[in-house]
Design a protein around this ligand. Sequence first.
Ligand code: F0G
Length: 371
Amino acid sequence: MRMSQVLRQLQAEQSSSGRRPSLMERYADFLPVTDDTPKLGLGEGFTPLVHARTLGRAMGCPLLYLKVEGQSPTGSFKDRGMVLAVAKAVEAGAKAVMCASTGNTSASAAAYGAAAGIEVVVVLPRGRIAAGKMLQAHAAGARIVAVEGGFDDALQVVREIADDPEGGPAVTLVNSVNPYRLEGQKTAAFEVCEDLGGAPDYLSIPVGNAGNITAYWRGFGEYRAAGLVETAPRMLGFQAAGAAPLVLGHQVDDPQTIATAIRIGRPASGDMALAARDESGGLIEAVSDEEILDAYQDLARHEGIFCEPASAASVAGIRKVAAAGLIDPDATIVAVITGTGLKDPDTGATLVRPTLEAEPTAAAVRASLGW
Ligand code: F0G
């Protein structure tokens, strides 16, 4: 049996077994779960891989697919890693978890902490969190501390608190420096391989703190090592201009800009992201706000996928690299769409057109439409 058939059979078995397994059950062989790990799950994983026919064709990439992580329980890819990080924290006896965040990590930590029955503290850069993400942390009952500065400053604070056993109650840090986060997130690469029947030629992904690109690269590597796929993709990572270059790290101080999730000055997993780039023969580049917003609008208008601006960086990046002639038209490309657009109504306002007004009659509505 060919390897792609093995993968398809695996997928068929999973979807015909009646009950949808939790992410930890489904990939238990590849994850550090034990009999003592709490059975936590909100329906994470199993996100769709959508063929972006219109956008792909327009870019000269007819085999462009979107891994739509915005369909996760809290609306971002963070849930894959958070379920494991919180479950392992509970298994180890933690009473509280803590994170710094630009919004998605905190929304996910708040939800999984609520489900696990442990306290959640989130430290957020004041005034920079999209309204929907803020609301998620409030709704789940997290305690929220706003600090001056950017994400890098907030991460520094929570690392210090978690590292100091004398400083107060023991808390588990659930940022992506927690190893279980990346373990959980690597499962997205497994799903991509199962859906395509093999690894893609390219994997395009937004890069913020650089955890997710590291996790995908690990996931592809493990499926190859297990003999489930033969190849691994070239990893293409895209940061928001202002955050790049990845290697150097510098202050990011403009709170008004969009896509703050990928505008991070000192990515915590930067070295591993560079290794993923180099081992895969890929690249890490910056995309401008204009390029991001164009892709954000095009994804919504031409593919029906309303994502958050940071997520559109993966498509903006592919468009740029393809325009430079670097992509073979026969290549299979997966762009990761990391989160949903519903969390960020302020940037969403750029998509709003005037609402037509009419009396509540068929004739009046037709007239307002010019029909
Ligand atoms: N896309 C979205 C929607 C994000 O929220 C993030 C990170 C990224 C991409 C980048 O992923 O950090 O693994 O390279 N958001 C973090 C947060 C920083 O706090 O929610 P990364």
